[in-house]
Design a protein around this ligand. Sequence first.
Ligand code: SF4
Ligand code: SF4
Ligand code: SF4
Length: 166
Amino acid sequence: MPRDRSLPPRRFLGTRPEAVSLPWTDAARMLEQCTACGACVDACPQDILQIVGGTHPEVTFTDACTFCAACAEICPEDVFDIERDPPWDAVAQIGSGCLEHQGVSCRACEDSCEARALRARPQIGGTSVMALDTEACTGCGACVSVCPVDAVTLQRPQPQRSEDAA
Ligand code: SF4
Ligand code: SF4
Ligand code: SF4
C-alpha cells in the first residue's frame, strides 16, 4: 500500500554522494545537464519525483518506481541514457530499526516486494532478520514506501577500492 501522501517525503537520496538519482542517469549527469524544468515531475504517474533546491529532481519513494520511463522520455535535455541496464544499480538495505529485528511482527517490506527479493529469516530468541536477494532486487523502492519506521533505504553498492581490485 502506498504511503500516506499527507506525510512529509521520506528522504531525498540524491543529496548524498553515492545516492540514487532518477533511473537511467546518475547524480553527476543530473547536476550537469538538468535545467530543473519539472517536466519529469509532472510526467511521473507514480508522483514520486520532486524538484529539490530548485536545481534537480529526486525520487521521494512515497511509492515504488515502476520503471515506466515517462521521466526519461519527456526530458528535453541530455540527462538520461535509456540504454542503461539496469536503470540503476541501487538495492534495498534494511537498517537496524527494522521491527522484525526487535521481535515485533511486521514484514510489510516482504509483502510489498513483487520481485520476492526479501525474506524474513527467523533467529533464535524470537526475532527475525529481513534477508535481501540482491540479484532479485530491482531497486523499485516499494519496500521503502511501506516501512512504518523508515528502516529501509536504497543504497548503491560501495565503489570497489583500488587495493581490493588489485
Ligand atoms: S520511471 Fe516512471 S515511475 Fe519511475 S520515476 Fe520515471 S516516470 Fe516515475
Ligand atoms: S525533465 Fe529533464 S531537465 Fe527537466 S527537471 Fe526533469 S531531468 Fe531535469
Ligand atoms: S527495492 Fe523493490 S525489488 Fe528491492 S527489495 Fe524493495 S520492493 Fe523488493
